[in-house]
Write a protein that binds this ligand. Structure first.
Ligand SMILES: C[S@@+](CC[C@H](N)C(=O)[O-])C[C@H]1O[C@@H](n2cnc3c(N)ncnc32)[C@H](O)[C@@H]1O
Length: 296
């Protein structure tokens, strides 16, 4: 699955896990239902599922006002958004202007804010908001700021999403509030995939981040209050494994492209009763073992 459907770049973006999620949907008779990402970010899996019609409706929630503004603009004003892409001037001066919008969100419209998030995501190193401009301010690097800004392809992705905009619900809540207040209203045939900020390094990668105590509280909210089938993914660290101690989990090898390329292991925890593919090794990037709690 080489073709990217989401217009946003995310280090560790999850679109490549879509085949695994599709298999989980199928095995649990959840295909054709609703699919939820409380930490949407670039929503790589959700957009893939929607565009390939694996699910009927997606719910994207993110507490970042800029990410919310991006998705709402794509949903409500796709033509204006695409016009902005077509007309964007790829200069350092424009990059500074867009950075100023992202830093002062209240002074600008939702469309301007959403576009600034998109512009910086496409022009910054690894898509990181504070990552610095590709090619540097002097534009002397091997790659220049337009290296990740293929206008026609990005417009294609926005138009494809906009064609399905009635099947998207977008919210701007804290994930735990969303899990408690919105998820219970959804049909039984719903799968929730939580991709919270990583335990390590999340302050550098994202606009907002979690302290260790936030991860512990989230684990409790998910395991006590989330009454729909769920998956949670994390960087594979002891502190997180302890939070989900008795849950079944699968490991997944991932390649990160933030600043340097390196391979790490992510871990997925799953709700009780959710059926998993027998041969995980055959499910694309979901690599190897299923472990029980005593191996943690
Ligand atoms: C790991 S990223 C999600 C990446 C996404 N799965 C993808 O494929 O692009 C985490 C996202 O969670 C959002 N976030 C951080 N804290 C949050 C919170 N308390 N509630 C909701 N969203 C939050 C961040 O803004 C960020 O977009």
């Amino acid at each position: 699955m080489n073709r990217h459907n989401t217009p946003l770049r995310y280090p560790g973006g999850k679109q490549r896990l879509a085949p695994f999620v599709i298999e989980v949907l199928r095995l649990n008779r959840l295909a054709g239902g609703h699919y939820v990402e409380p930490y949407a970010g670039g929503a790589g899996v959700a957009i893939h599922l929607l565009l390939t019609k694996q699910v009927q409706h997606i719910h994207l929630n993110d507490s970042s006002p800029a990410i919310y503004a991006f998705w709402r603009s794509v949903q409500r004003k796709p033509d204006d958004f695409c016009r902005k892409i077509a007309a964007a001037s790829l200069t350092v001066e424009e990059w500074r202007r867009q950075r100023n919008i992202l830093k002062n969100p209240r002074q600008f419209s939702q469309l301007d804010l959403g576009f600034s998030l998109f512009f910086l995501n496409r022009c910054n190193r690894s898509g990181i908001p504070n990552g610095g401009l590709i090619g540097g301010l002097g534009q002397q690097g091997r790659w220049k700021m337009d290296a990740r800004f293929p206008r026609n392809e990005l417009i294609r992705r926005i138009e494809a999403i906009a064609a399905n905009r009635k099947q998207m619900t977008i919210t701007n809540l804290d994930a735990e509030a969303f899990i408690r207040s919105c998820v219970p209203q959804l049909p039984r045939r719903t799968l929730v995939y939580c991709d919270p900020p990583y335990f390590h390094q999340s302050d550098r990668l994202y606009l907002n981040y979690y302290k260790p105590s936030d991860h512990v509280r989230l684990a409790s909210t998910i395991q006590r209050h989330l009454k729909r089938p769920w998956l949670v993914s994390y960087d594979n660290v002891l502190e997180i494994r302890k939070c989900y101690g008795r849950r079944r989990c699968v490991f997944c090898k991932v390649q990160y492209n933030a600043a340097r390329v390196y391979t790490g292991t992510e871990i997925f925890f799953v709700s009780d009763g959710l059926r998993l593919p027998d041969k995980l090794a055959g499910s694309g990037p979901v690599a190897a073992a299923r472990v029980s709690s005593d191996t943690l």
